[in-house]
Design a protein around this ligand. Structure first.
Ligand code: HEC
Length: 164
């Protein structure tokens, strides 16, 4: 039941996205194709330092990463947009106005902290302009994943970029 409602949310998100893609100023979406600028924080300035200060409650042990991977490929549905290998090339990515993050890009872990990723998992992303109404990255933690599961899956995502 929970899973079904999330599919509905994705469906609605995609609908919002495709409408937004036609209506919005393309400059809000950054360069066409590929992932969007990682140097621009997705957390609003007023909340950035608090988000950065948040740390994962556990270390990325092989067990935690295996659990994170199972969530990524399973009930988290992350793979549908971020791709089975986390490269941002999932089947649903084709219709999104903003491309999903490529977690295998090693630069990503250097500019983004786990706490900022958790903020996005809780709040969704408004893209690099902070004005995109539906990037496809919708709130997940608090909706159908627990905070603990959120940390596991984001630690798995970070492991794809070769660092923790
Ligand atoms: C419906 C498509 C979709 C699904 C499903 C999805 N994502 Fe995303 N995700 C995106 C898009 C698009 C972006 C890029 C948004 C941006 O550039 O601001 C993104 C960005 C992110 C970011 C932020 C990267 C940054 O720049 O800080 C994180 C973290 C993330 N996703 C994690 C997840 C996790 C974990 C899951 C599964 C539990 C998931 N996503 C499921 C589409 C999706």
């Amino acid at each position: 039941m929970k899973r079904r409602s999330w599919s509905l949310v994705i469906g609605m998100g995609l609908l919002v996205c495709s409408t937004a893609a036609q209506a919005a100023d393309p400059s809000g979406y950054g360069q066409a194709g590929g992932e969007f600028d990682i140097k621009i924080p997705r957390v609003p300035a007023a909340e950035l330092s608090a988000a950065k200060a948040e740390k994962p409650p556990f270390a990325p042990t092989p067990e935690i990463l295996a659990e994170g991977k199972a969530i990524f490929l399973g009930r988290g549905t992350c793979f549908q947009c971020h791709g089975p290998e986390g490269k941002g090339d999932g089947g649903a990515a084709k219709v999104l106005p903003i491309q999903p993050r490529d977690f295998t890009n090693p630069k990503f872990n250097k500019v983004r902290t786990p706490g900022e990723m958790m903020w996005v998992l809780k709040n969704g992303s408004l893209g690099q302009s902070g004005k995109v109404p539906g990037t496809g990255m919708l709130p997940i933690v608090g909706q159908f994943l627990s905070v603990e599961d959120g940390w596991k899956v984001l630690l798995y995502e970070r492991s794809l970029g070769g660092s923790r």
